[in-house]
Design a protein around this ligand. Structure first.
Ligand code: ARG
Length: 461
């Protein structure tokens, strides 16, 4: 028996139709949100006197029972259940007898699914943001433990200038702070109840979508019923937020891959967070980091796939919209697992700060400090750059240590030579937001403060 049997007579839907169009295999994940929406709908019908108190109680009791069955895993799905909404309505009707037929009064699956999907996404956005915050805390802890250790900072993957390890770690942390902000921003915009839009045009019945929105904890009700049932911006935005978050995890992953290679040797992975090779006994592989990188492709695919689905759709609901769910669930799942796995990896990894500092103490990374030292003595920067560039070229061509050339140079000499001593260059990065110890100590405070602000924002949700 389908929901639309009246129009279709006795013929039942073809097997192939059901097999191709069903969504129960994945949308059962929306069961609890569908029940929350249905309860609010029943209460709304009662307030509008479309249901008397006794019938409303029967329906609410049946919905509670369905929730128990869902949570216990004892809910029996039937072959004819096309999606989670159909399955729940069928079961409510079995449990409540004739009143079951009143549940769908003034409602369509179109506003019903939009409501359940928004409830789901609203909750998951907050939960993912909390996981992001935990990873930020891992970065904070590691940054604090790093004290004044430094490593080369790179541009074009060429050694450029030394930076504190804490500075490098927090660079990733600030990207994650923007992710939290973005997730919260999307959550704020999706906080609109579509319930009461009906199939597309509202209702002739005396429904009160404002009161229902309130009951569901949404900040607003829809402004336009056509928009309410066809809008999936909130899914697209969520997929974008998760894709960009995934890109950030991918960039962390890429650095873990590089740093844990023998060539860099900056990082040793804990055994529990690395994998071995089935053939090569010596191998220890950074699979978590590689998959953080690899899965970002899939997250981007989920976003672009949905945008392609949406772009040609006329108003209002079209069945194409059912294609929003699998990417949404998948992106949340992948990102959530990635956040946890990378958090574990970064908590347990060991930084080889000796290797890092050796790499950063090659004299050439202090080249700009030599030039800036000359600027401090009145030389225009372009000329200073020219002088130091010439010394570096000379040192490489004639295989003479840069230090010797600096010492012998009439404009430089022994005072400038001290700039090449280990750890000196990084300590000279004193400007706000810069890579040296004082600026980074200040940054650590600001970063910790940002985490506390976000923690309290998330606690209030
Ligand atoms: N399973 C559908 C979806 O996920 C539910 C809405 C179906 N509505 C309809 N009129 N066929 O989008």
């Amino acid at each position: 028996m389908t929901l639309w049997q009246g129009r279709f007579g006795d013929a039942s839907p073809a097997k192939e139709l059901l097999a191709f169009t069903e969504s129960l295999s994945f949308d059962r994940r929306l069961a609890i949100d569908d029940l929350v929406g249905s309860r609010a709908h029943v209460r709304g019908l009662e307030r509008s006197r479309l249901l008397d108190e006794a019938d409303a109680q029967l329906l609410l009791a049946a919905l509670d029972r369905v929730e128990e069955e869902m949570r216990a895993g004892s809910f029996a799905f039937q072959p004819g259940d096309e999606d989670i909404h159909t399955a729940i309505e069928r079961r409510v009707t079995e449990l409540s007898g004739h009143v079951g037929a009143r549940l769908h009064t003034g409602r369509s699956r179109n506003d019903q699914i939009a409501t359940a999907a928004r409830l789901f996404t609203k909750r998951e956005l907050a939960s993912t943001a909390r996981r992001v915050l935990r990873l930020q805390h891992v970065l904070l802890d590691r940054a604090q433990q790093a004290e004044d250790s430094y490593l080369p900072g790179y541009t074009h993957l060429q050694r450029a200038q030394p930076v504190l390890l804490a500075h490098h770690l927090m660079a990733h942390g600030w990207a994650l702070a923007r992710d939290i902000d973005r997730l919260m921003d999307t959550r704020r915009r999706l906080d609109v109840s579509p319930l009461g839009a009906g199939a597309l045009a509202g209702s002739s019945l005396p429904l009160d979508p404002d009161a229902v929105a309130d009951d569901l904890g949404f900040r607003h009700r829809f402004e336009n019923s056509l928009d309410a049932v066809s809008d999936r911006d909130f899914v697209a935005e969520t997929l974008f937020d998760l894709a960009l978050l995934g890109v950030h995890l991918s960039r962390i992953g890429e650095e873990v891959v590089l740093w844990s290679s023998e060539e860099f040797g900056f990082l040793r992975l804990d055994d529990a967070y690395a994998t071995g090779s089935s053939m090569l006994p010596q191998k220890k592989n950074p699979d978590i980091a590689e998959l953080a990188r690899g899965k970002s492709g899939r997250l981007i695919g989920n976003l672009t796939g949905l945008l392609a689905t949406l772009k040609g759709l006329p108003l209002a609901y079209n069945r194409d919209l059912q294609e929003d769910k699998e990417p949404l669930f998948d992106s949340f799942d992948q990102v959530n697992r990635g956040l946890l796995a990378l958090g574990g990896l970064l908590t347990t990894a060991t930084f080889d700060t000796v290797r890092m500092q050796q790499a950063a103490d090659t004299p050439t990374v202090a080249a700009v400090d030599l030039a800036e030292w000359l600027v401090g003595r009145g030389k225009p920067f372009r000329e200073a750059h020219q002088v130091v560039g010439g010394l570096v070229r000379d040192s490489l061509a004639r295989r003479v240590p840069l230090a010797e050339l600096v010492e012998a140079h009439p404009d430089l000499g022994t005072e400038a030579l001290a700039l090449l001593d280990p750890g000196v260059a990084v300590s000279r990065r004193t400007t706000p937001g810069g890579a040296g110890p004082d600026a980074v100590a200040d940054q650590l405070k600001r970063y910790a403060h940002q985490l506390a602000v976000d923690a309290s924002r998330l606690a209030d949700l």
